[in-house]
Design a protein around this ligand. Structure first.
Ligand code: NAP
Length: 310
């Protein structure tokens, strides 16, 4: 039979927000578990360098993840591996089910599951995933030394990770579907000054093509002229935005019509004792700094909530 463990608070997701909530709640003497389907750090582990997190001029994503983890666990917060499949209400308590053997009961839950990369949904994307199609420059960039790479997207992630890839690749071609980038001006400026970066606008990818082994290029469509084309490349990095990781919470009726979790400014969802923070939340800005701020508020609000239960 599945073992049940009890905590004051279970935090689902151990990214920057989850780890901050864990630090605040455990420092307030609550028993805290962070549950994650992978390594702690979340999207920090896929980020080469961060230069807009206060206190650090520049820091590597995985290094910041480790420092946050050390901070989160210093007051006794625990971390466990497992994908949460369901959260159910049991009177005042919350029952958390995972794909591992354990189930958990908690007085409060903090949803900090973040977001996943959005797929392009074009032919070849799935077939060549891991054979030239990637969503993570830090993880896979090293396989493409001196090769020609395509980056799809025009936001902060596409442009920043494209610049990172120029350290490895011979050339990086960014395909932007509109006639302008969405990325912040400072991120754009660095890219425009990089000789290895090329931008092709008004261009969508319609198919990722390859041979028996790996990607050889993409088929394109010009959104202004309607012209179809082909670009040869050794790899395709896709950065076309994010989708919320909330499929396990649909039963709770706390999501907006796009799947992000709705909260008030105290990170409280419509269900007392269930909080949500960071990228998974309906929020105007998704950054490490905002996730950390949300986490601090939630950690403190969890303490207030549990105190009010007694
Ligand atoms: P994003 O800001 O949502 O940008 C997505 C980009 O992909 C847009 O250029 C969008 O085009 C394009 N796109 C969407 N669907 C597409 C499709 N089917 N085909 C081609 N292009 C498509 O996503 P993001 O860049 O991943 O960033 C996500 C969040 O993380 C943002 O809040 C961002 O600010 C944050 N972030 C911040 C930093 C930083 O501060 N250094 C770094 C990385 C990410 P349109 O413009 O036409 O919609």
């Amino acid at each position: 039979m599945a073992e049940n463990k009890q905590y004051d608070v279970v935090i689902i997701g151990a990214g920057p927000g989850g780890m901050t909530a864990a630090m605040y709640a455990s420092r307030a003497n609550l028993s805290v578990l962070m549950l994650d389907r992978g390594a702690y750090g979340g999207n920090l582990n896929n980020t080469a360098e961060i230069e807009n997190y206060t206190g650090f001029k520049k820091i590597k994503g995985p290094e910041l993840a480790q420092q946050m983890y050390d901070g989160a666990t210093q007051f006794g917060a625990e971390y466990a591996y497992g994908t949460v499949t369901k959260v159910e209400l049991d009177g005042n308590l919350k029952k958390i089910t995972t794909d591992m053997d354990e189930t958990y009961t908690a007085k409060a839950v903090v949803i900090a599951t973040g977001s996943d990369h959005r797929r392009l949904d074009v032919p070849g994307e799935e077939d060549f995933s891991g054979r030239g199609v990637s969503y993570c420059a830090v993880c896979d960039g090293a396989f493409f030394k001196n090769k020609h790479l395509i980056v799809v997207g025009g936001g902060d992630a596409a442009v920043e990770e494209g610049v990172y890839l120029t350290q490895l690749a011979s050339k990086v071609t960014v395909l932007v579907r509109r006639d302008e980038l969405r990325a912040e001006p400072i991120i754009q400026a660095e890219a425009m000054n990089n000789d290895k970066m090329e931008f092709i606008y008004n261009t969508s990818v319609t198919e990722i093509i390859g041979d028996d082994i790996k990607v050889t290029g993409v088929k394109t469509h010009n959104n202004k002229t309607g012209e179809e084309g082909k670009i040869a490349a050794d790899g395709v990095f896709i950065y076309v935005g994010n989708i919320p990781m909330t499929t396990s919470f649909t039963n709770l009726n706390i999501l907006d019509d796009q799947g992000w979790v709705k909260t008030d400014d105290r990170m409280q969802t419509a269900i007392p004792g269930i909080f949500a923070i960071g990228d998974v939340r309906e929020t105007p800005l998704r950054q490490v700094a905002t996730a950390v701020g949300d986490g601090a508020i939630a950690g403190q609000q969890v303490y207030e909530y549990i105190k009010s239960m007694n």
